[in-house]
Design a protein around this ligand. Structure first.
Ligand code: UDP
Ligand code: MG
Length: 228
């Protein structure tokens, strides 16, 4: 199998059929064999029914279901454990990340030799209340982690060499620092690709302003972990 796509989701029922169809179209156009692992993080809407239906109709679709909402990091962690391919792609479920980016992200892993390629939403379609703190946050993350070439640590769209996802532990809110986790695990070839970003089409964001407080606290934790 060429590619595993891992999609963490919380109450994204409306987006899922469209996202699945889009991923499928891209994979078929490029002749990739693949799996899509939807990790339902305790949704209270009909997301799980949608995933069950998609899985019934499409053998490449797999579902993981959490009993309650554990968070994006545990969702990614379980998706990573299940992923089988040499290249693993993560993307958000809300159609803000474009599946059209998958082929080039994969190429950068397979041909350019990157361990991890992070998406960079250079032009963002998010409110200012989010984009400004995000800039600050990324500057801090660059300084603390020493990964100077990344602009967008928390981009949901990323590509990994299989070895990376099997050797990092993503817990708490650590999904914001996966490149740093990878670096601490000894993976040095970390790159970036500018990716298309879209405004959320359905539903609402699942993270409030407290994301930045939690984000900084986790960064401090990680810094300690990497030193001692
Ligand atoms: N998500 C999740 N568990 C949560 C919160 C979010 O799996 O507790 C998923 C969400 O459904 C989406 C992705 O994580 O697929 C990114 O969340 P969101 O789009 O709300 O974040 P934003 O784009 O506003 O940063
Ligand atoms: Mg989003």
């Amino acid at each position: 199998m060429d590619i595993s796509v891992v999609v963490p989701l919380y109450n994204e029922a409306e987006s899922l059929p469209e996202l699945h169809a889009w991923i499928k179209r891209v994979m078929q156009q490029h002749g990739f064999t693949y799996e899509v692992i939807f990790v339902n993080d305790g949704s209270t809407d009909t997301s799980w029914q949608v995933i069950e239906r998609l899985a019934l109709e499409n053998p490449e679709v797999k579902g993981i279901k959490f009993r309650r909402n554990y968070g994006k990091s545990p969702a990614l962690y379980c998706g990573f454990a299940r992923a089988q391919s040499e290249v693993v792609i993560t993307m958000d479920a809300d159609l803000q990340d474009s599946p059209d980016e998958i082929p080039e992200l994969r190429r950068m892993i397979v041909e350019d030799g990157y361990d991890l390629v992070s998406g960079y939403k250079k032009k963002r379609y998010d409110p200012l209340s989010k984009t400004i703190p995000t800039k600050l946050f990324n500057a801090t993350a660059r300084a603390v982690s020493g990964i100077k070439n990344l602009h967008d640590f928390n981009c949901g769209l990323k590509a990994y060499r299989r070895e990376v996802v099997k050797n990092i532990e993503v817990y708490g809110e650590m999904h914001r620092y996966i490149p740093y986790l990878a670096k601490n695990a000894g993976f040095k070839r970390i790159g970036e690709k500018v990716v298309q970003h879209q405004a959320r089409k359905y539903g609402v964001t699942k993270f409030g302003l407290n994301r930045f407080v939690n984000g900084y606290l986790d960064l401090i934790t990680l810094w300690f972990l990497s030193k001692f």
